[in-house]
Design a protein around this ligand. Sequence first.
Ligand code: FES
Ligand code: FES
Length: 177
Amino acid sequence: MTDVALVELHVNGERHDLAIPPRRTLADVLRHDLGLTGTHVGCEHGICGACTVLVDGAPARACLLFAIQVENAEIRTVESLADPDGGLSDLQQCFSEHHGLQCGFCTPGFLMLAEGYLAEEPEATREEIREVVASNLCRCTGYQTITDAIDDCASRRRAALQAALDTAPEPTAGSTA
Ligand code: FES
Ligand code: FES
């Protein structure tokens, strides 16, 4: 049996070539090999969602995946949300404004869950958001403020999109665009 596998991972837009045990989890690789400690590990068996990252845009539990399974996927961790200069993303800003965190241990998982979900379902209703956040565990907030934050972010994104559409130039006569 091979003890080490050569694995090419694509994380937050960067390529990493790693020599790792085939059974090393994605969570361990992110945290210990790549130093991306924003991905938290709670239960380590798929229950809490603290380790949620995006795999090809879809939320996934990093503790339940071997890194080698996602070799050709685009991985995004919570570190990808903020601007390069450290400015918060709109979603992070909403969590801050709505007090969607207390101890913060669960927060990276909720952020990535919401980031993936809103990309897929930009018209999500508050009730739908409530159902989605039930997949992750938070012991502090009671979930209301997390739901408020995600719902507000969805509303802001819709408003921004509408504003962009409203100010887009009209197609000129004869244009096929
Ligand atoms: S640490 Fe992965 S689901 Fe809890
Ligand atoms: S903010 Fe503490 S577990 Fe969620």
